[in-house]
Structures are given as structure tokens and as C-alpha cells.
Design a protein around this ligand. Structure first.
Ligand code: CAA
Length: 283
């Protein structure tokens, strides 16, 4: 199946990044959000990223203009009536995702693929809200999307081979590296990453070392580009807690219990970089 028209739902950091790489790869992209101000912010983020590429000599002004011309703001889901694929990157809430997918099932053409960028919610359950579960799939990008090469492609219970192959090819067309994963809590990325971050928070909570020391150990000792506490701030502590809860509930295993210090920070509103404060303070 040939993909030319894409809708990205959710103009936050992930959605905007996905829309950017799709438009750069030559797809026609509708960037959809219920909030008009978010769409404007998303387009600004993309424009800023493209301008930096122009400054660095990686993109010409003409190419930048051409990428932006392939990007159309949308605040109505009915704009999905002519797309080949939707990539949903809205909030991590099953009820909201199921409601969006139910509507998309009615709006989009019969052939359209419905993908979700969820970082941990079950693809199979999202697919169950539609009459086309074989065309529903997980397409999990990493933050920052324009930089990170991975796309974790998650097969739901009913996802067809043809849909998998189309999404795999599209990921390659976006200059990303696709990796095939089955639908279990946290998939592979967050099943491994989040317990590591949670353990780093326990290490801080138990006074084993300072936050700076914990991050330094993992940066210099394990060659990670940023330490786990800084990365947690970067991802958002609310997101980290949410994913730990999905793992804890999904596996029913106490090894996934979220650290009380993580809960405390989230309750305080210290959500990380986006809130100006998490484990570190951001100006
Ligand atoms: N958007 C676009 N480009 C960005 C960017 C952003 N938000 N942040 C950085 N970049 C680009 C910079 O422009 C720069 O590009 P050039 O050198 O080509 O100009 C490049 O990335 C490197 O940036 P910096 O030199 O400023 O900083 P750095 O060396 O620290 O790299 C980083 C930044 C790539 C983000 C690096 O710190 C890193 O790899 N961090 C870890 C990222 C990570 O683990 N992401 C996964 C998070 S988990 C997730 O996403 C899944 C989930 O479900 C929770």
C-alpha cells in the first residue's frame, strides 16, 4: 500500500516532531489538535527546527519552504477523510484514545491505517474500539523525534502482516530504523528504560548518592548521553509515573512499584523540564 497523505493527531512535542519528519520525507501532513494554540506552537517548533537546519547548511531555504508547504494545520478530525494513515500522539489516556480511534474508524477511508504513538498503552485495546483492528498498529517514536533513529512498531493481536509491512516501509522512508515488537505492557523500550529510571529514583530516595552523582555514574560509566534522573526530567515525571503504573498493573509484579519519591514529585507539580523543576531546576 502506498502512503502519501498523513494526519498526525496531537501537536505536542511528540506530534510536532512526527509531523516534521513526515513532511521532510515528502508526505502531505495534516497536524491536528483540538487546541488551536497548540497547533500554532507545534508549527513554530517545526519552523524553528527547520531554520536551525538551514543555519547549519543541511537544508536550503527552498527546501524549508517546501517542507512547510506540505504541512497543513487542522483542528477538525473530519479532515482525516482522505488520509492513508493517521498517527495519533494525543494524551496517554485509554478513554480518550479509544474515543479518537472510534471516530477515526468512521471518518477515514476504508484502506487507512490507524497508528498510535502510545508509549505503553495496549494497542489491542485501542484497536478494539474500531471495526478494523487488523489496520491498527503502534508506531512509537522517541523524543526528540527529529534526532532519535528508533521507531518501535507494535503489532496488536489482530494487526495484519500487510499493515505491519506498510508501516515498516514508511518508517524507513522517514529515515528511521524500525524494530518489531509484540503488544505487552511497556513494549520493549519502556519495559527496560522505566524500571532503570525508577531504580535511579530509589537510589536517590535511599540516600545512596546525590542526583548529580547518580547521573554521572550512568553517563561516564555506561556511556549514556544523559543520566537517568535528567532523562526522567526530560521525559516528564508524570509520564514516567504513568508508565510505571501501566507496568505495575499490567504485570501485577511488585518489582515495577513506582518509587514514593517519584509520586511525591508528581504531586508537588515538579514534573521535570516542562514545569521548570523536577530533579533539577530549569531556568
Ligand atoms: N528537537 C530537535 N533537535 C534537537 C532537539 C529537539 N528537541 N534537541 C537536540 N536536538 C539536536 C540538536 O540540534 C543537535 O543537532 P546538531 O548537532 O545536528 O545541530 C543534536 O540534537 C545534539 O544536540 P545538543 O548538542 O544540543 O545536545 P546533546 O549532545 O546533549 O544531544 C540529545 C541531545 C540527542 C537529546 C541527547 O541528550 C540524547 O540522546 N538524550 C537522550 C534521549 C533519549 O534517551 N530519548 C528517549 C527518551 S524516552 C522516549 O522518548 C520514549 C518514551 O516513551 C518515554
Amino acid at each position: 500500500m502506498k502512503i502519501t497523505k498523513v494526519m498526525v493527531i496531537g501537536a505536542g512535542q511528540m506530534g510536532s516532531g512526527i509531523a516534521q519528519v513526515c513532511a521532510q520525507a515528502g508526505f502531505d501532513v495534516k497536524l491536528n489538535d483540538i487546541n488551536v494554540a497548540s497547533i500554532e506552537k507545534g508549527v513554530q517548533y517545526i519552523t524553528k527546527n527547520l531554520s536551525r537546519n538551514v543555519e547549519k547548511g543541511r537544508l536550503s531555504e527552498e527546501e524549508k519552504a517546501s517542507v512547510l508547504s506540505r504541512l497543513t494545520p487542522s483542528h477538525n478530525l473530519s479532515d482525516a477523510q482522505d488520509v492513508d494513515i493517521v498517527i495519533e500522539a494525543a494524551v496517554e489516556n485509554m478513554e480518550i484514545k479509544q474515543s479518537i480511534f472510534k471516530q477515526l474508524d468512521e471518518i477515514t477511508p476504508k484502506h487507512a491505517i490507524l497508528a498510535t504513538n502510545t508509549s505503553s498503552l495496549p494497542i489491542t485495546e485501542i484497536a478494539a474500539a474500531t471495526n478494523r483492528p487488523e489496520q491498527v498498529i503502534g508506531m512509537h517514536f522517541m523524543n526528540p523525534v527529529p534526532v532519535m533513529k528508533l521507531v518501535e512498531i507494535i503489532r496488536g493481536l489482530a494487526t495484519s502482516d500487510e499493515v505491519y509491512q506498510t508501516v515498516e516501509q514508511m518508517s524507513k522512508d522517514l529515515s528511521k530504523v524500525p524494530v518489531e515488537v509484540n503488544d505487552f505492557p511497556g513494549f520493549v523500550s519502556n519495559r527496560i528504560l522505566m524500571p532503570m529510571i525508577n531504580e535511579a529514583i530509589y537510589t536517590l530516595y535511599e540516600g545512596v548518592a546525590s542526583k548529580e552523582a547518580i547521573d554521572e555514574v550512568m553517563k561516564l560509566g555506561m556511556n549514556h548521553p544523559m543520566g537517568p534522573l535528567q532523562l526522567a526530567d526530560f521525559i516528564g515525571l508524570d509520564t514516567c509515573l504513568y508508565i510505571m503504573e501501566v507496568l505495575h498493573e499490567g504485570f501485577g509484579d511488585s518489582k515495577y512499584r513506582p518509587c514514593p519519591l517519584l509520586r511525591k514529585y508528581v504531586k508537588a507539580g515538579w514534573l521535570g523540564k516542562k514545569a521548570g523543576r523536577g530533579f533539577y531546576v530549569y531556568e
